[in-house]
Design a protein around this ligand. Structure first.
Ligand code: AMP
Ligand code: MG
Length: 468
């Protein structure tokens, strides 16, 4: 049983389409998330029942669920697309968690909707396993994110470049409202829907925001904080399109995302991102671009448009101020600095420059920085030694470092290995990696040593493919 308490379905009907999932032939549970269920007020014992399996497969509509596909638009790689929406996802409904926070429960891979365009509405197993692992790892690292409640295989083959096993993930989010949701209503000139959406978002996520400008500021700050956290763990989202930017400030839509192994500021993993628009170091700039689109979509709510443009521009221009403060805090903590400030910037950027020149592993450099073998990541030991002397002089706190530096992340080659095993029906490697990445700060044990190790050159997986 899921204690649904739905609100989105009461918004103006032009914002969504009521839609049920298309049944699948042979659903089988891969994994369920008991602790998340508990926090959502769902009985963890129910999760593993055939009834739950049928709900997570879209073969049964749970009591209280009012499934719908939401409409949105967006800029994809900078190009306007007025007709996106949940093309392979369904909002089953919302629940109020034990923390009082309202959250969406959504199926992804549940079949066609009016927004599917030429797509089949399905997902294959690979992106489902990737999203489950990476989103739960992000949560364990304290980074705002959608979560994963369950995953099932469908018993159906989906056709991509080759026939692949189908799967469905059940995703939990503070909401699935995106910049693109606002953009669609603004582009349609639908002020009724735009105002209703504004009120809904304020009520749900930013109760202190009493105006569009206040909402823009709150969303700007949330993005600045989120992107700084991504940077601090070497995360490359890969598709920062405006339809993949959550208004609530969570990481959403894990497509071709990956964590870097060796530090490279220009890291790009997505096979379709040929220009590197969404490269690691571009992420803060792209966030600003996306926020400008959000601001544009709020203008129709303002009585004086010229004054609004000026006010909104000032808010967005302050993004770097919020972001840089968050970045200094995040990276300062990684170096164990007490009260990090702008004065510490050079110490941080000089280490990153050394890491780049030496091909140092991002995660392991920070995880081992205070250990006896810290120099092992660097071929130029003298340069590292000189940097380390400056760092010692500044002083650091090992407790701060330990809390800020994950030891285990879902490394790309490990995620790929899990997907290959899963395709062959073996989910043992998935469960082992999931257990490891959801304890990212735990000391390495025999069971997790392989996951903490950086890939050898021939093990590196440098390209990922979109989650379709
Ligand atoms: P994404 O790249 O996952 O953010 O998806 C962009 C848009 O394409 C969204 O509107 C999705 O719903 C839609 N989409 C992606 N894959 C499929 C699919 N297999 N079937 C239908 N729609 C899809
Ligand atoms: Mg998307």
């Amino acid at each position: 049983m899921i204690p649904f308490n739905n609100s989105y379905v009461h918004l103006p009907t032009q914002m969504f389409t009521r839609q049920t999932a298309k049944a699948v032939p042979d659903p089988t549970l891969i994994v369920t998330n008991a602790s998340l269920a508990d926090a959502l007020g769902i009985d963890p014992d129910w999760l593993t029942t055939p009834a739950a399996r049928d709900v997570f497969a879209g073969n049964a509509v749970a009591e209280g669920s009012e499934p719908l596909a939401s409409a949105y638009a967006g800029h994809q790689f900078g190009n306007w697309n007025p007709g996106l929406g949940d093309g392979r996802a369904l909002l089953l409904g919302e629940v109020l968690g034990t923390d009082g926070v309202r959250r969406d429960i959504q199926l992804k891979g549940s079949g066609p909707t009016p927004y599917s365009r030429s797509g089949d509405g399905r997902a294959w197993l690979g992106p489902v396993l990737r999203e489950y692992l990476v989103s739960e790892a992000m949560h364990a690292m304290g980074i705002p994110t959608t979560r994963a409640l369950a995953a099932v295989t469908t018993g159906e083959t989906v056709q991509r470049e080759e026939p692949l096993p189908g799967a469905i993930i059940t995703r939990v989010a503070q909401s699935h409202i995106r910049v693109g949701t606002f953009q669609l209503m603004a582009a349609r000139g639908d002020i009724e829907a735009l105002s209703a959406l504004f009120d809904h978002v304020v009520d749900r996520h930013y109760s202190d925001a009493d105006s569009p400008a206040a909402l823009l500021l709150a969303v700007t700050k949330a993005q600045a904080s989120l992107i700084a956290k991504w940077m601090s763990v070497g995360f490359v989202h890969g598709v920062m399109n405006t339809d993949n930017v959550s208004i609530a400030g969570e990481t959403i839509d894990y497509g071709p995302c990956a964590f870097m192994d060796a530090y490279d500021a220009q890291s790009v993993f997505s096979a379709i991102d040929r220009q590197g628009r969404y490269a690691y170091e571009n992420q803060p700039r792209i966030a600003v671009w996306n926020l400008a689109q959000f601001a544009t979509s709020l203008i129709p709510l303002m009585p004086d448009q010229d004054a609004a443009i000026e006010e909104f521009t000032t808010i967005i221009n302050a993004f770097p101020t919020h972001y840089e403060a968050e970045w200094i805090n995040a990276f300062g903590a990684k170096l164990g600095l007490v009260d990090p400030s702008e004065d510490d910037r050079a110490l941080i950027t000089d280490l990153l420059a050394l890491m780049q020149q030496n091909g140092a592993d991002f995660t392991n450099t920070f995880a081992n920085l205070a250990g006896p073998n810290s120099a092992a990541q660097f071929t130029d030991r003298d340069a590292y030694g000189a940097w380390s002397t400056r760092w010692q002089a500044r002083g650091y706190d090992v407790g701060i470092m330990t809390a800020a530096n994950p030891v285990i992340i879902p490394r790309n080659h490990q995620v790929e290995a899990v997907i290959i095993a899963g395709r062959n029906g073996d989910f043992g490697p998935f469960h082992a990696l999931l257990a490891a990445v959801t304890e990212p700060y735990a000391p390495v044990t025999n069971a997790t040593a392989a996951f903490a190790r950086a890939p050898a050159v021939d093990e590196r997986v440098t390209q990922t493919f979109c989650g379709t």
